[in-house]
Design a protein around this ligand. Structure first.
Ligand code: BGC
Length: 333
């Protein structure tokens, strides 16, 4: 009798167990979307904020029906490394890729790989050429900000100063340009448009004392500006930096040389990193430009989801830059 009861009980337990994995299980029909993200290098102040926001935003979008499984990899500033990461995402049948290219010139190769595997691809931050963006239409897109706009805003920040930055009043703006990476359109456009817009808005001419490549890096920014200050001393009126990381380095060099921003030198960056906004608010930097990583990352994620649903993508999704000066810095904290 006991034996029969035990048998019955174990049968019931088994039935109960089976019931758990049956169609009533809410997790059973949950769709998993695999997203492969590759960032040109993790060790970049701005892209760190950007990639963290991609992950955070995907988390907020996971529901009972869909989970976004996001794998973020470090391209280590090495195109071969990044290409193999992309090959792996494709081989493992990821649903969509979000790529911050190490080299924008490699876009065509990556697009061809995606097209062969029928995988949508969202490019972020480093804009492929207009030609390349015509490939694999509807399945690729670029999400970013128009770097020309950020350059123009830098030029305006200086042109709008009471003395137009011309501290020695000789009708010329003596400046130093700290470039991110000359192959990158953000760096090219910021370098070019900051000066063109300055000339247009101020009506003055310029005298470039130095232009050096700082690879978007704070330590390099500091070194370049320290050397320029040693060489050109009081002649330098403005230091333009293609991004805030380098401007933070420049600010250290300026301080170390006993100069004072806003008094005997001016300094502008781009990104509106928290530290830079703080410095703009305290008059330790003349201004920066908001590179809106929140809107950009959200647009990139929204585009990825759209593509996974099978909708066609626009070729471009743009986000505006915003000027940050001591007057409005408190709004950006
Ligand atoms: C940002 C830089 C960043 C670079 C990386 C630029 O848009 O302003 O801070 O280093 O992108 O590609």
């Amino acid at each position: 009798m006991k034996k029969i009861a035990a048998l019955f009980l174990s049968f019931m337990m088994l039935a109960g167990l089976v019931g758990c994995t049956g169609s009533n299980d809410p997790g059973k029909d949950k769709k998993i979307i695999n997203v492969g993200v590759s960032i040109y290098k993790f060790d970049d102040n701005f892209m760190t904020l950007y990639r963290q926001e991609i992950e955070a935003y995907f988390k907020t979008l996971s529901t009972d029906e869909v989970t976004y499984q996001v794998t973020v990899q470090d391209g280590k500033n090495d195109m071969a490394e990044q290409t193999s990461q992309i090959d792996n995402f494709i081989a493992q049948d990821y649903d969509v890729l979000i790529i911050n290219l190490v080299q924008a010139t490699s876009a065509a190769t990556i697009i061809d790989k995606c097209e062969a595997a029928k995988k949508p691809c969202i490019f972020i931050n480093r804009e492929p050429s207009v030609e390349d963006m015509k490939k694999y239409e509807g399945m690729i897109t670029y999400v970013g900000a128009d770097a020309r706009q950020s350059g123009k805003m830098q030029g305006e920040i200086i042109a709008e100063l009471d003395n137009k930055g011309d501290l020695n009043n000789d009708g010329l703006l003596q400046y130093v340009m700290v470039v991110g990476d000359p192959e990158n359109v953000d760096a090219k456009y910021r370098t070019q448009y900051s000066i063109e817009q300055y000339i247009e808005k101020s009506g003055l001419k310029v005298d470039k004392l130095d232009e050096q490549r700082g690879d978007w890096d704070q330590a390099k920014g500091q070194e370049i500006v320290a050397n320029a200050l040693t060489q050109y001393k009081d002649k330098i009126e403005v230091v333009f930096c293609n991004n805030d990381a380098m401007a933070l380095g420049a600010a250290q060099a300026i301080k170390a040389a006993g100069r004072t921003v806003g008094k005997d030198i001016y300094l502008v960056g781009v990104d509106a990193l928290a530290e830079a906004v703080e410095m703009v608010g305290n008059d330790e930097m003349s201004g920066t430009v908001l590179n809106d990583h929140i809107s950009q990352s959200h647009k990139a994620v929204d585009a990825a989801i759209k593509a996974v649903k099978g909708d066609k993508l626009d070729t471009y999704y743009w986000v505006d830059y915003v000027k940050v000066t001591p007057k409005n810095a408190s709004q950006f904290k």
